[in-house]
Design a binder for this molecule. Sequence first.
Ligand code: NAD
Ligand code: FES
Length: 273
Amino acid sequence: MYKIVRAEELTTNIYFMEVEAPRVAKKCEPGQFVIVRMDADGERIPLTICDYNRDKGTITIVFQIVGGSTLKMADLKAGDAFHDFVGPLGCASELVETPIDELKQKKILFVAGGVGTAPVYPQVKWLKEHGVDADVIVGSKTKDLLILEKEMEAVAGNLYVTTDDGSYGRSGMVTTTIQSLVDEGKQYDVCIAIGPMIMMKFVCKLTKELNIPTIVSLNPIMVDGTGMCGACRVTVGGQVKFACVDGPEFDGHAVDFDEAMKRQQLYKTEEGR
Ligand code: NAD
Ligand code: FES
């Protein structure tokens, strides 16, 4: 069993949990994910790792209520435990495989949308710990839905918060801020965009025009996270890939988002039923 040492609601329907999982914490890298199950018959839920503490042996996950299982999971409190907590799964972020000297030469832009802020955080933190400052855009629908702002502020080189309704920070979607930063003279060598599929699609459309290579994380289309269900099949550069095994990160400019989003909708309908 994997004990929950801290549990809190970050904002409406978005929850934070720190879980004792020493073997996962020892090995995991930014970009990887875990699969949790609440009981032996429970649904497998893939979640990107938000943070890890190798000394304490804990992993932090952040999740949003999207169905019956996550609704049940939101009821868990500190002291409760997960039946399974499997990981680290998937490939580590390309950044952690890149030589530090090379990273220090690069101008890196992260674009985090909504709950996607959670998986962006460990990457920015990792870079900061290795002496690399990155620019980070965090987008949320409205001020009340913004998460991890203080945590991100502590590790980002520059943090740009934007809300769709203009209730806090800049106004508009993340793509508006990307365009503004470029118009202000900022230049980027690479962009890492993590958030809802529609956001990643439109960030990629823009960064293609701006000629900024872009990496996306296709965690949202995963279902069982083990390479067996086929739900996360995606075409990348004309080749068939599985997000949970070959990813979750891919070259965003090569991803067929429309196909991936159609498959995601199909699963949502089945889950709804
Ligand atoms: P949201 O709908 O509130 O969107 C977050 C931000 O994305 C918005 O504030 C906006 O700036 C941007 N955005 C949305 N639509 C856009 C568009 N058409 N063009 C440009 N920018 C756009 O996000 P949410 O409700 O927090 O997101 C939940 C989704 O995030 C779920 O579908 C979940 O699967 C996904 N998610 C993804 C990952 C990942 O690894 N990619 C991790 C966690 C959650
Ligand atoms: Fe099922 Fe990848 S999530 S095959």
